[in-house]
Design a protein around this ligand. Structure first.
Ligand SMILES: CC(=O)SCCNC(=O)CCNC(=O)[C@H](O)C(C)(C)COP(=O)(O)OP(=O)(O)OC[C@H]1O[C@@H](n2cnc3c(N)ncnc32)[C@H](O)[C@@H]1OP(=O)(O)O
Length: 460
């Protein structure tokens, strides 16, 4: 029991009181002097119980302090006291709740922004009184005061004891994994909105009870991460299509605002594809997780998140390096035989114009000393795009790997309106890509790869 140097009974005319940011019991009546006295004592009670709760949970800092409550505008602390204990009575339990705006995953993996989600923030019953039903009493009072139902509560980093408590008293067991510390239970999203809410993630839609479905940063970064039991079962019969569905979910997002800015190529799809092609677990493949283990899916989500963040860092929209005028004269095309297979990993994007020496150094350390001089136009199997950001500039050139011949040989670029052909010699052959099979500098290399060159001159 938690006893104090002062008599707590005047503060607890009833066993359970509510305290909000004014640090006064909701039952308080008194003048200014009594008010100051009550807030001072209430602060001491809250700080003490908050500290005990933190210690009980092994936290280094208390979640609940009087100062925090004073600064909050949507938190309430319920305190349970035993007026009969000792001479001054004792406080035996604390329950802090509040509302939070949270980005949450629903059962199908869609991200939703839930405004003012009911949240259980801190809960403590003194060790000497635990497992005696006091926690249930405190919790029930809170539910009826707040008019919440247990299923609709999010729980901030619950302890094992609290998980047991919620399971025992309210039958809450099946959690919806989240990317944050909050725990939700299946049924949290059961409402009219979520019944028809799936697939609305692309267009924010406000619903009656404050839920709305968004293009959130979570969705941008994590994509779909959790498929509920039903979805998992469905997934089992759609093994071939699931990765595409996931990719579709990721790519169908039509971001707006600052999330609509140009984004670098995201490797989520690469992870999924790589994993599925290798078929091994641990490659981040949704396909490979045939056990339908939600934990594995969460791991995938985390991997995707890490990868996305790495991508964002690696492609931080830096401007292409300036082209140095002195190296603009380009070397003549020379036939190059690439000495090694194409690398599987990303190739760093070099500046759009480099001297042959520089280009040579890019090719890699694992190559034999080149018998021919490498030029930036000819890197053989090297899959490299020079100056992607400048690809539309008249002077830039692009190179591609062509592992096998596909059905294209000439790319025509139509003229925009107002740039009609005015002279007989002027036609769309200004811009073309060619795949030739020998001679003329482009074609099948001695490694069996097509060497595709893409030239274009000023068009209009
Ligand atoms: C968001 C958060 O606040 S997370 C932090 C939650 N708080 C803590 O972990 C602090 C330490 N624990 C406590 O203060 C209390 O155990 C509370 C608040 C979780 C529950 O209060 P109690 O008064 O014990 O609850 P009550 O008596 O109504 O219910 C008992 C049930 O809670 C769970 N529980 C309570 N104490 C324990 C315990 N020591 N070990 C395991 N489960 C426990 C059990 O399910 C138990 O049922 P059982 O006795 O049949 O196994």
């Amino acid at each position: 029991m938690v006893e104090f140097r002062f008599d707590i009974k005047p503060l607890f005319p009833q066993p359970i009181i509510k305290v909000t940011s004014n640090l006064l019991p909701h039952t308080f009546r008194g003048d200014r002097r009594q008010c100051l006295d009550a807030t001072s004592k209430m602060s001491e009670i809250i700080d003490r119980l908050g500290q005990l709760s933190a210690t009980s949970q092994g936290l280094s800092k208390p979640v609940t302090t009087a100062q925090r409550l004073r600064m909050s505008d949507n938190q309430t602390i319920y305190l349970l006291a035993d007026s009969e204990a000792g001479q001054n009575g004792a406080v035996t339990g604390l329950l802090k709740v509040g509302t939070k705006d949270l980005y949450l995953f629903d059962e199908s993996g869609q991200t939703r922004k839930v405004e003012q989600a009911p949240s259980i923030l801190d809960f403590y019953v003194h060790e000497s009184r635990q497992r005696a039903g006091l926690g249930k009493r405190l919790f029930q009072t809170m539910l009826s005061e707040e008019q919440w139902t247990p299923l609709k509560c999010s729980v901030d980093r619950p302890s094992e004891k609290l998980l047991g408590f919620l399971s025992k008293h309210y039958g809450l067991q099946r959690v919806i994994p989240q990317a944050n510390n909050f725990v939700l239970y299946e049924g949290f999203f059961n409402d009219a909105a979520s019944a028809n809410g799936h697939g609305h993630a692309q267009s924010p839609q406000r619903t009656q009870n404050g839920l709305h479905i968004t293009n959130s940063p979570n969705t941008q970064l994590f994509g779909a991460t959790y498929l509920g039991e039903d979805s998992n079962r469905r997934r089992g019969s759609q093994q071939q299509t699931t990765p595409n569905v996931l990719i579709q979910q990721i790519t169908q997002i039509s971001p707006t605002g600052r999330y609509g800015a140009r984004r670098p190529t995201c490797s989520m799809a690469e992870i999924i594809h790589a994993g599925s092609s290798k078929g091994g677990k641990g490659n981040g493949s949704a396909e490979s997780n045939s056990g339908n283990d939600n934990h594995d899916l969460v791991e995938i989500a985390e991997q995707l998140q890490r990868q996305s963040l790495a991508d964002l860092e690696a492609n931080s929209f830096e401007p292409e390096p300036e082209v140095e005028p002195e190296v603009v004269p380009e070397p003549e095309l020379e036939v190059i035989t690439p000495p090694s297979p194409p690398p599987k990993s990303h190739t760093p994007t070099p500046p759009s114009v480099r001297s042959p020496e520089v280009a040579e150094s890019i090719v890699g350390d694992n190559r034999r000393p080149p018998a021919f001089q490498l030029s930036k136009q000819h890197t053989g199997m090297k899959n490299r795009s020079f100056g992607v950001g400048m690809a539309v500039m008249p002077s830039s050139k692009m190179e591609f790997d062509q592992m096998e011949r596909e059905d294209f040989g000439v790319v025509k670029i139509n003229r925009p309106p107002g740039h009609d052909v005015t002279s007989p010699g002027q036609d769309n052959t200004d811009a073309m890509s060619t795949v030739s099979s020998g001679g003329g500098g482009g074609g099948l290399t001695d490694q069996g790869y097509y060497d595709l060159k893409f030239y274009h001159n000023k068009l209009w």
